[in-house]
Design a protein around this ligand. Structure first.
Ligand code: C2E
Ligand code: MG
Ligand code: MG
Length: 759
């Protein structure tokens, strides 16, 4: 306030100083104007008036001139001062006024008139300014100004329109003659707007304080790096059970009560809020006295100013009830209601966590042997009691850190942490078996149960929960197969089964995705060397493993029903290829295709074949079906029906791999095939083993007598070929002559090339 008054007075002084040259010039002009006048008067006196009167007259005139000059100078000063004052009044933004010693307005600035809401500033001249104010403050300050002090005060008074306005008034005494205070200069600044704002803020602060004091939530604000807490509401003391003074002494004191397991996640959320500019939420526990814990939910909001996070505000509420309810719900959702063990969900979660931890553990699948009989003979209530007892015993046997679950029915699963060798896993399984095996009392009767346990080890038998689950399940079935009441660790056999199951799943897609392809191996006449036919051989263009031969997947196809579908595809494809081949290489008259035993029994075989032949427009006697002996003798009567239907179409029949199965020559007579394919195992030894050569020679003779053509397969050496020629074999097929190839490359072969192949 004092500073405001000084500024004001300084401004007046400065204005006067700026006008000093004009004042000086006026003073000098007055003196210069009057001095000649006095000299002129004295000269006139000497001329017209005798001595000494003329001297006296001159002195008098000079004296009068001096007085007039002084008066003129004084008036000039007042004029200038008035001009300065008017100038100041005109430019001032506040209400500037000159008050008489009685407190009446002597003059007031235009702006002052407007601020006091008078129609015209002059209307206020003579108004008792002190009477406008309630209370003694205005008068007290005014009296001190009159006493020569520069003072100020703040207060409210009404304007001419009755509006209540707040003002800060500064007084400066104005000195008159003899250095006495003759008036008081007053500058009043309208501070109503600031005052209202302060009142409003005070009101807000009060509301905020009321809220903070009465709402059981902690409101806090911190700098964006969380280093400085800018504000923490009083509920902190209640929630943290820590005095505010502790927080004032150490700004990080709040974090010391947060559960060490929860603190990293909380800090992460705090950082995320700042880094992303989005609100986050975090739950954490407060560790209170007497081992009590309180759950707190913190909502963290970043405050964004000028496009950047300037600070962070947060609300913390007690979430203990909420968490307990959630935990209860979670417990119910993850617990098997019958046994109190973990359920399937919980076990899956536990498995996921264990796999993520990358530490070794064993996963056990326990199935109660013949549990169904308890349910059937003693009823479900007794069955439930047995399950409860076994569950309790399993739980009792387990070491710390192990998890036991009942995924359903009479199955239990267990996670045993740690690495296991054969001995330690046997020990663990025996303990569990014994726990199941102890007699259980139900309705005064004693029952004894056994269990079969399958074990999968992480990571050897699976790195994912699903893989471990399958491995343990397969091992458990192996234990069942081994006679029950035992355990098995997942092994090579189960591994093969698993690979087979995996392959089977992939084979389903293979047909759909057109991943099968046929290669054709040429067959040649031994005498002329002419290419007379081909055998279609199935391949699988596996997306990951590359081109696979039938040995890798046909057995799997045969085990599943897929062989029928795949077989239909082979028939259509091979028959179609046969018609193309007949056009390109008319001498390569026949196409042989392999039919599996299951496919041979498929009632649709004949119709699929007929349809394919008709569509391809090929002579049916150019098609040969290769069937193994086993397919024929599995069900001789049915086989004969199919054979006669096929033969009725004109399609030829070959017995494949002759010599590996029953090789009963009587079947030759019974089934009357068109072709007999001598197995590679005979061909392999025909050039080196005289006995084999004799047997083959006999078979070929017999076949010829029955009108059956003989094809030797797997011919790899010239000696084999020569021997086969010697024993009058009709046709040959083998790597010596050609490997199985794609149809396109086969069709590019010339007759000359073919003749050259068989020497
Ligand atoms: P397979 O019908 O006896 O076919 C002859 C097998 O011997 C073919 O094996 C052929 O590549 C192979 N081979 C031919 N010459 C030689 C040789 O000189 N040396 C050696 N080491 N092997 C030779 P591939 O293609 O692996 O077929 C194996 C078996 O898979 C076939 O024996 C057949 O039983 C079955 N197969 C092939 N294609 C099909 C099909 O489309 N359907 C069914 N159900 N089975 C098929
Ligand atoms: Mg074959
Ligand atoms: Mg064969």
């Amino acid at each position: 306030m004092q500073r405001g008054a000084n500024d004001f007075l300084g401004t007046i002084g400065e204005t006067i100083a700026r006008n000093r040259p004009y004042i000086e010039r006026a003073r000098r002009f007055g003196a210069l104007g009057l001095a000649p006048l006095g000299v002129l008067a004295a000269a006139c006196g000497t001329i017209f008036v005798p001595l000494p009167w003329n001297v006296l007259l001159g002195v008098l005139v000079f004296g009068a001139a001096f007085v007039v000059h002084r008066m003129h100078e004084a008036n000039r000063k007042i004029f200038v001062a008035r001009q300065v004052a008017h100038g100041l009044l005109a430019i001032a933004e506040d209400c500037l006024k000159l008050l008489s010693l009685e407190g009446r307005i002597m003059c007031i600035s235009e702006v002052g008139g407007q601020l006091i809401e008078a129609d015209h500033a002059d209307d206020l001249i003579g108004v008792d300014w002190l009477a406008l104010w309630d209370g003694p403050d205005a008068r007290r300050a005014f009296e001190r100004a009159k006493a020569g002090e520069s003072t100020s005060f703040s207060g409210a008074c009404r304007t001419m329109n009755g509006t209540l306005k707040w003002w800060t008034s500064t007084f400066a005494p104005v000195y008159g003659e003899h250095g006495r205070v003759s008036a008081v200069l007053c500058k009043s600044r309208d501070i109503t707007a600031e005052r209202n704002l302060i009142d409003e803020l005070r009101g807000n602060a009060r509301v905020q304080k009321d809220m903070e004091d009465h709402v059981d939530a902690v409101f806090w604000t911190a700098t964006r790096d969380f280093r400085e807490l800018l504000h923490v509401s009083s509920a902190f003391e209640r929630m943290w059970e820590m005095p505010m003074s502790a927080l004032e002494a150490d700004q990080t004191a709040w974090s010391q009560s947060v559960h060490p397991e929860d603190l990293p996640a909380l800090r992460d959320e705090m950082r995320t809020a700042v880094n992303t500019g989005a609100a986050t939420q975090s739950y954490f526990r407060l560790c209170l006295q007497h081992d009590r814990t309180r759950w707190v939910r913190a909502d963290i909001y970043p405050v964004i100013e000028d496009g950047a996070v300037s600070r962070v505000v947060s609300v913390c509420v007690d979430a203990t009830d909420e968490r307990e309810r959630l935990q209860e719900l979670h417990r119910l959702a993850n617990t098997d209601s019958l046994t109190g063990l973990a359920n399937r969900n919980a076990m899956m979660d536990a498995l996921v966590k264990r796999c993520e931890a990358l530490a070794p553990f064993a996963y056990l699948f326990i199935d109660i042997d013949r549990f169904k009989s308890i349910n059937d003979t003693a009823g479900h209530i007794a069955g439930d009691a047995v399950l409860r007892t076994i569950a309790r015993r399993i739980a009792e046997t387990l070491p710390d850190g192990a998890v036991a679950a009942r995924p359903g029915g009479d199955e239990f699963t267990v996670i045993l942490p740690g690495s296991f060798d054969q001995e330690s896993i046997e020990r663990a399984c025996r303990k569990l078996s014994l726990a199941c095996h102890r007699p259980i009392e139900i309705d005064c009767k004693s029952v004894t149960m056994t269990c079969s346990i399958g074990v999968a080890l992480y990571p050897e038998h699976g790195r994912t929960p699903e893989a471990l689950f399958i491995s343990a399940d397969m091992a458990m079935y192996a234990a069942k197969r081994a006679g029950r009441n035992t355990f098995r660790v997942f092994g090579d056999r189960e591994k093969d089964d698993l690979a087979r199951a995996h392959l089977e799943a992939q084979l389903h897609g293979a047909i759909r995705e057109k991943e099968f392809v046929l290669h054709y191996q040429p067959q040649y006449r031994v005498d002329s060397g002419a290419l007379v036919g081909v055998e279609a051989l199935l391949r699988w263009n596996h997306p990951q493993l590359g081109l696979l031969g039938p040995g890798a997947f046909v057995p799997v196809l045969e085990e599943s029903a897929l062989i029928v579908e795949a077989g239909h595809w082979v028939i259509r494809e091979a028959v179609q290829a046969g018609s193309q081949l007949a056009l390109a290489l008319p001498q390569a008259c026949s196409v042989a295709l392999n039919v599996s035993p299951k496919q041979f029994r498929d009632p649709r075989l004949v119709s699929v074949l007929r349809h394919a032949i008709r569509r391809a427009g090929i002579d049916s006697n150019r098609i040969t079906l290769e069937i193994t002996e086993s397919a024929l003798i599995d069900n001789v009567d049915d086989a004969q029906v199919v054979l006669s239907n096929v033969r009725a179409m004109g399609v030829r029949i070959a017995i494949d791999d002759f010599g590996t199965g029953y090789s009963s020559l009587s079947y030759l007579a019974r089934f009357r095939p068109d072709v007999l394919k001598l197995d590679k195992s005979f061909v392999d030894n025909i050039a080196t083993d005289a006995m084999v050569r004799t047997v083959v020679e006999g078979v070929i003779d017999l076949a010829h007598k029955l009108g059956v053509t003989v094809v030797a397969e797997g011919v790899e050496t010239q000696e084999q070929l020569d021997t086969l020629r010697d024993v009058r074999c009709d046709k040959v097929q083998g790597f010596l002559l050609s490997r199985p190839v794609l149809l396109a490359s086969l069709m590019m072969r010339t007759d000359a090339e073919d003749a050259a192949t068989v020497r």
